[in-house]
Design a protein around this ligand. Sequence first.
Ligand code: SF4
Length: 343
Amino acid sequence: MEKERILIIGGGPAGLEAAYNLAENNYAVTIFEKDTEIGGNIKKWVKLFPDFGDAAEVRKNFKDKVTRQDIDIKTDISINELYSENGKWFAKNSSGNVYEGNAALLATGFETFNASRKEELGYGIYNNVITSVEFEQMYKTGKIITAEGKTPERIAFLNCVGSRDEKVGNHYCSRICCINAVKQAIEFKELVPDAEAYCFYMDMRMAGQFYEELYRKSQEKFGVTYIRGRISEAAGTIDNRIQIKSEDTLTGLPLKMTVDLLVLMVGIESSDSTTALAKQNEINGEYGFAKSVGLHGSDNLTKKEGLFLAGSCKRPLTLPETIADGRAAAIQIIEFLKLKVKN
Ligand code: SF4
């Protein structure tokens, strides 16, 4: 008997974890990944928080798991249309090819906020204003340097760029950038122990396990300084440094500081494909994310029969949450298909 097939849109951790669990349970799976390689946003990271786990190793484990199974992995494919007809699901790519399945899983992940939308922070204007994603890429080379090739003597990290921000229309917290700032500040101090590292924040949200401990360690062992205040403006100086203006909201005093490198901790936004495919299926929620039936026990379900959700296509999630959510989605899909057979 031919196996029932599940179409998974997105080859990041949520999609891969779901695919592996479905294949383990004897279902046929097709994964559509828009990039040349699977792995999603893990590809952008070197080390993961809060344990400094090797991101490449985690990605390799995922790859090994899915390639051990008979899973049809289609890379370099963007799905433009996702729809159902007569109880089947169909995914259509930009070349017009149509793929058929018995259920579909949206696992289209997230994109990071485009920092040039915050013009006052100087991203795209001054070379020494970079994003946390670019910091990560630089860290991969084993050194953190300015655009002029110098080792920074002073670095600042700015939290909440593109999140909790009325002006850009994102009121939500991205949940991963506080701890990422702590991680990157430690990484910097490990590389350049004599340099100064400052982190500007609104609140330090250390809600994950071992986050608080790492936050303390960053201060006690590595000497990272945290300043409660948002940077209102960043401007280039004649010697290519960055002058930042802020207010220390704990003391109520205005603050000016010149740094060699300013790192913008960019938040999470819905990916274009999430927004488009969610809209097509009338499951679009707030901020372009896809909407599940409910948070408590039905978070992988949608109001469309046979269409499921996993991971950060719903809202910002941490990596462990994303992986668990991929597995939960697989269970929900299996239950749905078994029930369908019975009926
Ligand atoms: S996790 Fe921290 S930096 Fe990120 S949006 Fe929330 S409060 Fe801001």
